[in-house]
Design a protein around this ligand. Structure first.
Ligand code: DGP
Length: 113
């Protein structure tokens, strides 16, 4: 897999405002936030996107969501929030290292653009 900016952040070679780290993922604030809270939760395992996920990675995807829940509590998102995985060109993915967006602090709209 190509060395993405997220891999550089995970490896400590690029700066980011990191809010959580554990043995399976790193979470940091998005450089271009679309809401008052916008955090990216990124697995250390270099999976390009959701479509590349192996069946054995199901626990990992679950873990990213548990971390999102915990960060949402720490961020005080008591009225709700949104978690999003953009997949592929049509899904709006721009960085080819799987990541879960945690977005909150304002009222979300549906459908998304
Ligand atoms: P996506 O479109 O789902 O692939 O989201 C990629 C997100 O990554 C986008 O919201 C902007 C963010 N991003 C891109 N480069 C950087 C970076 O260097 N640092 C941080 N913190 N976020 C970045």
């Amino acid at each position: 897999m190509a060395d993405t900016i997220f891999q550089k952040i995970i490896d400590g070679e690029a700066e980011a405002d990191i809010v959580h780290e554990d043995d399976r993922c790193v979470a940091f604030r998005d450089r271009n936030p679309v809401a008052p809270t916008h955090i990216l939760i990124v697995p250390r395992k270099p999976i390009p996107g959701l479509d590349d996920l192996a069946d054995e990675d199901a626990d990992l995807i679950g873990h990213l969501h548990v971390v999102a829940r915990d960060i949402a509590r720490e961020e005080g998102l008591r009225d709700g929030y949104r978690t999003v995985i953009n997949t592929g060109d049509d899904g709006g993915q721009t960085v080819w290292h799987l990541h879960l967006h945690l977005i909150g602090g304002r009222r979300m709209e549906w459908p998304p653009g």
